[in-house]
Design a protein around this ligand. Structure first.
Ligand SMILES: Cc1cc2nc3c(=O)[nH]c(=O)nc-3n(C[C@H](O)[C@H](O)[C@H](O)COP(=O)(O)OP(=O)(O)OC[C@H]3O[C@@H](n4cnc5c(N)ncnc54)[C@H](O)[C@@H]3O)c2cc1C
Length: 370
């Protein structure tokens, strides 16, 4: 299904321009909020749209097929708002959730630092006790859409260990420095976010002090991986769509490209990957709907497969387009750049492999003596 089928809108005509300009206009998010997209994952009891994970996933897949940059903004917003819905106290939920659902506030996710990536619990940002406030100092890097975000979920160290805190962007001492010219997800331009003794009320601490990584970041990253699994599946679909149209219309050696068997082999692999990626995220969605503990590893598996498969598919898509695949007139070079990023964010391929292998060692090894 396309975004048009789901929401009656399409962002595909704008996606190339957003990529060039390295920004998604804020009004797009407001419009999507009006269509229920920004609150889809928040329960109706908490003022959201309470869409089942399978339905939400279909929507995310449709967005990913049109703009992975937009998908990435929806992802960090979902991670931040989910964390507030899951771990925030009643007053913080009251203060933020309705605005997250309506799009009056966009949430961001600030975990990574210049020297801290995969080993995220080692963040060096400090939350120092300042009475009713935390005094936040440190630097975050690669923070998606930070120029657009209204409030960040920031992770830093307290005496008790890693802790999560909501920090509004427009706070004294907080500055945002854009990073232009990235490989992919360009319209969700990443930024450095610097904190120089930023005073933030302690009541905006999310989850227990010292459990910012084990509880809050882990569960938010699980949401992020679900979004990327679905979005990457959409990206594979976009690659097949563009490549099959091109292979039908472009002729070489007197016949359409699509009649050459080596081109067909690529289309077959892309299509098989699409169906497998879709089956995996839908299996993860079902587990999420049934509140199964296995949903975490199902989601990791879906994210790992869909991201690597989207890289394969976009590589084939560029190949099928030949020189046109490298130029500005076809979207496949953007697909290629965006797909590569999905293998690094929300836990790199290697981090996903470690998680999947750990589960396999426990789940598949025969019991001793059997
Ligand atoms: C476009 C984009 C958007 C992003 N948005 C955000 C955001 O909004 N918020 C945020 O907090 N972060 C964001 N990030 C950062 C992203 O989450 C990190 O890049 C990611 O966690 C990996 O960290 P790193 O880049 O520091 O790589 P490193 O951790 O330095 O790893 C480098 C390489 O070594 C591998 N590696 C590391 N440890 C091991 C190990 N134990 N075994 C085997 N291999 C290992 C990794 O897989 C990787 O291939 C974004 C990044 C990009 C590119």
């Amino acid at each position: 299904m396309t975004l048009q089928d789901y929401l009656g809108v399409s962002v595909a005509p704008c996606a190339e321009a957003w990529d060039r300009e390295e920004r998604v206009p804020r009004r797009v998010l407001t419009e999507l909020a009006g269509l229920g997209v920004l609150g889809a994952h928040i329960s109706a009891a908490q003022g959201g749209r309470g869409r089942p994970a399978t339905e939400w996933g279909e929507m995310l897949e449709a967005v990913g097929a049109e703009s992975m940059s937009l998908l990435s903004i929806l992802t960090v917003h979902a991670m931040c708002s989910f964390a507030v819905a899951r771990w925030g106290d009643a007053a913080t939920q009251e203060e933020y959730l309705a605005d997250f659902v309506s799009g009056r506030k966009i949430g961001g996710f600030a975990l990574t630092e210049p020297a801290v990536g995969s080993d995220a619990k080692a963040v060096a940002t400090r939350f120092v006790d300042a009475g009713e406030n935390w005094s936040v100092s440190g630097c975050k890097k690669w923070i998606s859409a930070a120029e657009l975000v209204d409030v960040f979920l920031v992770f830093g160290q307290t005496e008790d260990g890693p802790t999560a805190l909501l920090v509004p962007r427009l706070t004294r001492g907080l500055s945002v420095v854009p990073i232009s010219g990235s490989l992919g997800f360009r319209a969700a331009r990443t930024c450095e976010v610097k904190f120089d003794h930023v005073l933030v009320p302690k009541r905006w601490t999310i989850g227990p002090q010292g459990q910012g990584f084990g509880w809050v970041a882990s569960s938010a990253l699980d949401v992020g991986r679900f979004c990327i699994a679905c979005g990457s599946t959409g990206l594979i679909r976009a690659c097949i769509r563009a490549s099959s149209a091109y292979a039908r219309d472009r002729r070489q050696f007197g016949v359409p490209l699509g009649e050459h068997q080596l081109i067909q082999a690529m289309l077959a692999e892309m299509t098989t990957d699409y169906k497998a990626a879709r089956a995996l995220w839908r299996a993860a969605a079902k587990e999420r709907e049934d509140l199964q503990p296995g949903s975490i590893v199902e989601t990791t598996t879906a994210k790992y497969f869909a991201s690597t498969a989207s890289s394969r598919a976009s590589n084939h898509a560029v190949q099928i387009h030949g020189a046109n695949g490298c130029g500005p007139d076809f979207p496949v070079q953007r697909y290629f750049r965006d797909a590569r990023v999905t293998e690094i964010i929300e836990g790199s391929n290697q981090m996903q492999q470690l998680m999947i292998a750990r589960d396999a060692l426990a789940a598949f090894a025969p019991k001793r003596g059997k």
